[in-house]
Design a protein. Structure first.
Length: 529
């Protein structure tokens, strides 16, 4: 096997005294892949942190235009290596080349890099605020160190630690990035980082603007996010790992932005079922099994009021779940983790409607498409256990006795990324909607009507965040520019600072001509007279 190099301080090199090695596995065939990757020892991590701090200092003198040029060149480099990226991600994740990788996730990734470039160029994201009477001026700017990005296993492109949304947001805000690859797709991350580093060199950014390590020992992960030289961390992954990192970062006073766990409740009101039960069942099935259910916005909980139409809906959905071949899960741990989650649900009153077993004879890692059901009474007896996330093609249906009980169930919901209400198109459910929507609104980042939550559009109005434990902070989003950039910015205020000492964004002259600034309470692109 070939040991792949790390990228530290502008040099691709062999890992120095690695703490171990690992290989990725093709989950569609359960076979190990040929390349071997190092587990970086702490000395190597600290070297990256020191280099990142120097790069942060150097980036202070880099104009936003140069950041934009880097991101645009990087997008071009990705497109030039698209076939290689798609093939590597296909064998590391089991995702189909088409349409998932080549036509779906890869264009989304380059699009968000280009959106980030446009944000860097306009600089309006900095929320520059100028009060001429007091001569106090403020803006968002760099944090003063490297940002650590931990990418998830389920989006090898769009959330990749060296190409995804957290990466782009940190770079636009003027921070270097130390990417910690996900162990499920290290080869994909290596190719991305090669393309990024080529763009760093061709656009003249500091050499350590982008660095890459593949894996850390668990104890070094907590040291990493709490180190004095780290500026912030972006993490997408399991609740278990996220909370360990959060505890360490919080203790050190270091910002950390987490996306962790979400069951994304779907409320289907009676009028909607009377009107279009089969249609909703089909949408639900498609959403729950998309990507083998390995989406953070997977609809893992459905809330119904008891009745004949509700029973018919479950039968329709169960037929679809049972009749479809399960997709490939991302790792050997996938079936085990799903089985553990289902066991927890069953121990607290849930019953399997269909599925409920690992597909041990399948060529790849997979678990049967699974529906469970539980009464509202049982749910309210232990709502925490019955909100256990099963990360796969699994959903729990809660049957409530009344709308009052439905409201009680919603009031016990944890924070989620999304929540959806299906209602009658002609308005027959409007009174019920007005009762349940306010409570659901408080518990989700994005409230949907009459559509499943698995689509996350990369648009400025998107909120891919939510109350704990969906994320660590309800005020931020991981998707949507410019909102996502503010996570990695510091609010910098200048009080009576002489004009020649101010950043260009805070001067009387608008530095770009089209940058929006809040001047004396009014948004404007004009110069200050």
């Amino acid at each position: 096997m070939t040991l792949q190099p790390v990228l530290i301080n502008g040099q691709w090199r062999q890992s120095v005294s690695p703490a171990g090695t690992f290989t990725a596995t093709n989950p569609a065939t359960k076979t190990p892949l040929s390349d071997e990757y190092p587990v970086s020892a702490w000395d190597e991590v600290e070297e990256a942190l020191v280099a990142g701090r120097r790069a942060a200092d150097e980036l202070r003198s880099v104009r936003p235009q140069q950041i934009a040029e880097f991101l645009e060149q990087y997008a071009l480099n990705i497109e030039a290596r698209s076939a290689e990226l798609v093939e590597m991600a296909h064998i590391e994740t089991g995702y189909p080349r088409e349409p998932r990788l080549a036509s779906g996730e890869l264009p989304r990734t380059t699009d968000q890099l280009r959106q980030a470039a446009a944000a860097a160029r306009s600089a309006s994201w900095t929320l520059t605020t100028i009060d001429t009477q007091s001569n106090i001026r403020s803006m968002y700017g760099p944090l003063g160190g490297a940002v650590a990005v931990f990418g998830p296993n389920n989006f090898p492109f769009a959330f990749n630690s060296s190409a995804g949304g957290d990466f782009a947001a940190a770079i636009v805000a003027g921070n270097p990035v130390i990417a910690k690859a996900n162990s499920s797709h290290p080869g994909t991350t290596r190719i991305f980082t090669e393309a990024a580093f080529d763009a760093v060199q061709s656009t003249g950014l500091p050499a350590a603007t982008v660095q890459l390590i593949y894996r850390l020992r668990h104890e070094d992960g907590t040291r990493f996010v709490s180190h004095p030289l780290i500026a912030a961390t972006g993490f997408t992954g399991s609740k278990y790992a996220g909370l360990q990192l959060k505890s360490a970062a919080d203790a050190a006073g270091k910002p950390i932005y987490l996306e962790m766990s979400s069951v994304n409740p779907i409320v289907v009101l009676p009028g909607a079922l009377e009107e279009r039960s089969e249609e909703i069942a089909s949408e639900f099935f498609g959403s729950c099994t998309l990507g083998a259910g390995q989406f953070c916005t997977n609809p893992g909980l459905v809330l119904l009021v008891k009745g004949e139409q509700s029973e018919a809906f479950v039968e329709q959905a169960a037929a679809l779940f049972a009749g479809a071949t399960p997709g490939v899960l991302l790792s050997a741990g996938g079936p085990r983790d799903i089985a553990n989650a289902i066991e927890t649900l069953q121990q607290n009153g849930a019953e399997v409607v269909t599925g409920g077993q690992e597909m041990v004879d399948a060529a790849g890692y997979s678990y049967a498409n699974t529906l469970l059901r539980v009464s509202g009474e049982d749910f309210l007896r232990d709502p925490d256990a019955l909100q256990t996330e099963a990360f796969g093609p699994v959903s729990l249906i809660v049957f409530t006795d009344s709308v009052d009980e439905l409201q009680a169930v919603i009031s016990e919901m944890e924070g989620n990324l999304t929540g959806c209400i299906y209602s009658h198109r002609g308005g027959n459910d409007d009174e019920l909607y007005d009762r349940v929507a306010p409570d659901l609104r408080e518990r989700v980042g994005r409230l949907l009507n009459d559509k499943m939550p698995t689509g996350v559009a990369v648009v400025p109005s998107m909120n891919h965040g939510g109350p704990y434990p969906a994320t660590g902070h309800p005020g931020f989003t991981a998707v949507g520019i410019p909102g996502s950039l503010l996570r990695f910015g510091a609010l910098l205020s200048y009080d009576n600072v002489r004009a020649h000492r101010l950043p260009a964004e805070l001067g009387d002259k608008n530095p770009t001509g089209d940058m929006w600034r809040l001047v004396d309470g009014a948004w404007t692109t004009a110069d200050i007279a």
